[in-house]
Design a protein around this ligand. Structure first.
Ligand code: XMP
Length: 537
């Protein structure tokens, strides 16, 4: 999604309750930082990622019960090595350093770190050398995941080595503790699945050391959000929401609707590149199953006219993004004329979109411009309500379930804003949309029948601007080729192509070639991300 709209975003309100309530994770640029946040939240404890350079005032405003220092690619001896506020180590709250976090803790407090000449990478055994509540769940010896260059050599005063690597416990320092100073650190990565007891170790830090309780549940989240939305919008305010029928906007809208009822108007736009029957199906589901006040706008002709002759992927995305804003604005104006003038715009922004903009190296380079109504608030002077901006996708699904959103809506695979336009290579025409819709519907039907739809991150068809020779009956055919794409992923940032059963691939291919005139070849995409992306454009 578009990080460039952050200027119109409200700053996250710090928790106002007096009791410490969660974990602050300081991000030193490690590839696993988001995973740390997830592993903490999986134990029903709230966690928030802040950039390493956050001031102590910013950290303390969150009233964390503990702080975790992430790993990172730097060496503590680099000239521009990232450092955190010194107060972090002052004993205000317990701190757990992970990998780079351990090395930084050691160096900051007067110890020594060895500038290693080789990296230790992969599974390793570690042996406990002294009792510590941090390691209670790990037993005397455990397998862990290591990924580091530097290592601790001499510990600062008050610290003790509690684990070393190697069967005999004679290897590198793997875990240290200074309980009197509330400081703990591990050289390995408890947040990755390759450290089998890693979640348990994090749990020991959260519950035994920080004294937290497992209170970050979907129900508690919903209740807090309802109160916050009612307070923000007030007794008479109105809000508007662009609904796509996808999980995020549906759950966001349901939450706001629960808070302010029909003072929320949802707008669903047919951009001409939706999947087969989607425009009518989504309307029925949202109105009937969820009782949302929904305005459906069929602008498909307008979109297809604007896309005529366009083959460049970025241009397609920009055209759809711009037109979407125009259509949505016109609808908002129409509603305002009828007295329901909205001051608020509801968006289903998720946590990964928010943290991207505070990462150590700044927002990552734009590979594809994701429109996601990013330009709306600025253009319309609307204030944003983003009730899901603290959540990961799987948490949104849990919240949706708690709100009573039907499972078929919650389990929907992600679908890009520019829809089938980025799955039709070459020009987007009404005929080519219909061709792809037909093939896509068959693929999804077969994948559902095989019981695999919910396990896959995404599965869909792509239409190529390529014709190939075939034979059907006694006839030579010269039809279009299409691609089946199915991937597994945790968050869409990386993905692996799904090893679908051969019988399923055969069923999809046979049905498409037999049932969709004009298509005579189906190929399967076996590219992972990276180096590929999930969508073809
Ligand atoms: P890529 O193709 O970049 O996609 O690997 C990663 C995830 O993002 C989705 N995607 C989009 N979602 N608007 C969206 O809302 C977009 O413009 C867009 N482009 C890609 C894609 O479906 C996948 O889940």
């Amino acid at each position: 999604m578009e990080p460039s709209q952050s200027q119109s975003r409200p700053q996250r309100q710090p928790e106002t309750s007096a009791a410490p309530s969660g974990i602050v994770i300081l991000d030193f640029g490690g590839q696993y930082t988001q995973l740390i946040a997830r592993r903490v939240r999986e134990q029903d404890v709230f966690s928030e990622i802040l950039p390493f350079r956050a001031s102590w005032a910013e950290i303390a405003a969150r009233r964390p019960a503990g702080i975790i220092l992430s790993g990172g690619p730097s060496s503590v001896y680099d000239a521009d090595a990232p450092r955190c506020a010194p107060e972090v180590f002052a004993g205000h709250v317990p701190v757990l350093g992970i990998c780079y976090g351990l090395q930084l803790m050691v160096l900051s407090l007067g110890g020594k770190v060895k500038n290693a000449d080789h990296r230790e990478y992969g599974a390793a055994r570690v042996r406990r050398l002294a009792p510590s509540p941090l390691l209670d769940a790990m037993g005397d010896e455990a397998t862990v995941w290591m990924s580091h260059g530097d290592e601790a050599l001499e510990l600062p005063p008050g610290f003790q080595v509690i684990a070393r690597s190697g069967h005999g416990g004679d290897g590198a320092i793997a875990a240290i503790a200074a309980p009197g100073r509330k400081l703990f650190a591990v050289q390995f990565h408890p947040e990755v699945r390759h450290t089998p007891n890693g979640s348990a170790l994090l749990g020991s830090f959260l519950f035994a050391i920080c004294g937290l309780r497992a209170e970050w549940t979907p129900r508690a989240f919903v209740e807090r959000q309802l109160a916050q939305i009612r307070e923000t919008v007030g007794a008479n305010g109105h809000a508007i929401c662009a609904l796509s029928g996808g999980v995020d906007s549906t759950v966001a809208a349901t939450l706001v609707h629960r808070a302010i009822g029909d003072r929320l108007t949802c707008v669903f736009v047919n951009n001409g590149v939706l999947r087969r029957n989607e425009f009518s199906q989504v309307q029925t589901r949202l109105r009937v199953a969820l009782g949302l006040k929904l305005v459906a706008v069929d602008a498909s002709q307008q979109f297809l006219a604007a896309l005529a002759g366009v083959t460049d992927p970025e241009q397609k995305r920009k055209i759809i993004g711009r037109l979407f804003i125009e259509v949505f604005e016109a609808e908002a104006d129409r509603l305002a004329a009828g007295r329901a003038k909205a001051e608020y715009l509801v968006q289903g922004t998720l946590y990964p979109d928010v943290i991207e903009s505070v990462s150590v190296h700044g927002p990552s380079a734009t590979i594809k411009s994701h429109h996601n109504v990013g330009g709306l608030p600025a253009a319309m002077r609307l204030k944003l309500i983003e009730p899901l901006r603290d959540l990961f996708k799987d948490e949104v699904r849990r919240v949706g379930a708690d709100l009573g959103v039907p499972a078929e809506l919650i389990q929907r695979q992600p679908f890009p804003g520019p829809g089938l336009a980025v799955r039709i290579l070459g020009e987007v025409t009404a005929e080519r949309v219909a061709l792809l819709q037909a093939a896509d519907a068959i693929a999804l039907e077969e994948i559902r029948r095989a019981g695999l739809y919910e396990q896959l991150w995404q599965s869909f068809m792509v239409l190529l601007p390529v014709r190939t020779v075939g034979v059907m009956g006694d006839q030579r055919t010269y039809g279009h080729a299409c691609v089946l794409r199915a991937v597994n992923s945790e968050d869409g940032m990386t993905a692996d192509w799904a090893r679908l059963p051969a019988e399923l691939l055969a069923a999809i291919s046979t049905r498409i070639v037999n049932e969709v005139p004009g298509l005579n070849r189906v190929v399967y995409d076996i590219t992972s991300k990276p180096p590929g992306t999930i969508e073809w454009e």
